[in-house]
Design a protein around this ligand. Structure first.
Ligand SMILES: Cc1ncc(COP(=O)(O)O)c(C=O)c1O
Length: 381
């Protein structure tokens, strides 16, 4: 029997809807990325666009050589978590150098020769993609920075022509970056990219101060790293300076879940206290989330619906072994990357609170949003 006291304690662990992150898992991931970087002699940057929550930046910052950012706001926010020996790589289709950035330890990558002529710094390259195994489905293609029609970066053939004319002049880009992969597990693609890079730019690579491999890597320890090593060895035949890489997604995705409660039930439709606007990509790319309570073999199928007025506020259909009831909790797993940073308050529905979980401390409320936060977004004061 559950006593009143136990019930109160359990209920007060957290209130839905909420993101819960596992601090131990974040530590594990960043340490594993760090040992990956040491093993391959790379400088590790965290791409904070994946998740810019203060706790993430605090946990990661002691283990990284810096951050990768996409805007002045990210740069200024990220700087709060860095020490003076750490760098910030700023890369964006449209660089924006406000006065506030002038004292930051920035490496920059311009997306085009026009932008580079304006701002200097490094250049972002685009490789003739996609490499094999990419663009497997619509979802991946929507994320694939290396797809054929990508506007991200100067095509490497164009840059090779440009640099071969410029080579005797003093004013060269400081460094070269690219970001060509999306959830890459098979490093043969990285090896192919290294071959294209060295074939085109090999004789010129030593003219640059740094290289940056971008993100899009899955860095689990069990993955075969042989081709990654081969690709790096090839690049290092031509370039002996520092090489950065900047994963985002992989470092945070698995450490966060979204807890929600079933609030109503209409036939086989379950209405939740959250909305796809708390995880906007669900609708944008029709990607089904992993639900902890789902039993794929279960014979009962229910549609999970968000609580906004939007007819398509749906998380999709899930199978259950037992009939879910009003008041039951459900848990969407693997939502740490590109979710909190994109969540919105459509319909005035509040954003989920954020809790930290760790084995030592259990659940700790880290952030709760109030009506004032909503007003601040829409008021002019
Ligand atoms: C320039 C750049 N670097 C790094 C990343 C991080 O990639 P991921 O989160 O897939 O590891 C991105 C993602 O968009 C990016 O645009």
């Amino acid at each position: 029997m559950v006593t009143g006291a136990m019930l109160v304690e359990e209920i007060s662990l957290y209130q839905t809807p909420c993101f819960i992150y596992n601090a131990d898992e974040l530590e594990r991931k960043i340490k594993s990325a760090k040992s990956w970087s040491l093993k391959h002699n790379l400088h590790l940057l965290y791409a904070m666009k994946a998740n810019s929550f203060c706790d993430v930046l605090e946990i990661f910052s002691p283990h990284v050589n810096g951050l990768s950012v996409s805007s002045p706001f990210e740069a200024l926010w990220g700087k709060n978590f860095l020490t003076s020996d750490q760098v910030i790589h700023y890369s964006s289709p449209l660089l924006d150098f406000s006065q506030a950035l002038k004292d930051l330890p920035l490496l920059t990558s311009a997306n085009s020769l026009n932008q580079w002529n304006l701002f200097g710094g490094g250049i972002r390259l685009k490789f003739p993609g996609p490499f094999k195994n990419q663009n497997e489905n619509e979802f991946q293609s929507a994320y694939d920075p290396g797809r054929k029609d990508s506007h991200l970066g100067v095509p490497i053939e164009e840059f090779t022509k440009y640099i071969s004319h410029k080579v005797n002049q003093a004013n060269l880009p400081q460094g070269l970056s690219w970001h060509s992969f999306c959830e890459l597990k098979d490093f043969s693609e990285f090896l192919s990219l290294s071959e294209v890079l060295t074939k085109n730019l090999g004789p010129y690579l030593q003219l640059f101060q740094w290289l940056n491999l971008g993100g899009g890597f899955l860095l689990e320890e069990g993955i075969n790293q042989e081709d990654f090593k081969k690709g790096l060895d090839l690049i290092r035949q031509y370039f002996t300076g520092p090489i950065y890489f900047e994963p985002g997604y992989d470092l945070v995705e698995g450490a966060f879940c979204l807890k929600t409660q079933i609030k109503d039930k209409i036939d086989n439709k379950l209405i939740l206290d959250t909305s796809i606007n708390h995880l906007p990509e669900v609708m944008q790319f029709k990607d089904k989330l992993v639900l902890k309570e789902e039993d794929p073999e279960g014979e009962q199928r229910f549609q999970l619906l968000g609580c906004s007025c939007l007819i398509s506020d749906s998380f999709g259909e899930y199978n259950f072994h037992q009939t879910p009831l009003i008041g039951d909790e459900l848990t969407f797993l693997y939502v740490g990357a590109y979710s909190m940073v994109k969540a919105n308050r459509f319909n005035g529905i509040n954003l989920p609170s954020i809790y930290r979980y760790s084995e030592n401390e259990g659940y700790v409320l880290r952030k709760k949003y109030f009506f004032e936060d909503y007003c601040q977004q829409f008021s002019i004061k």
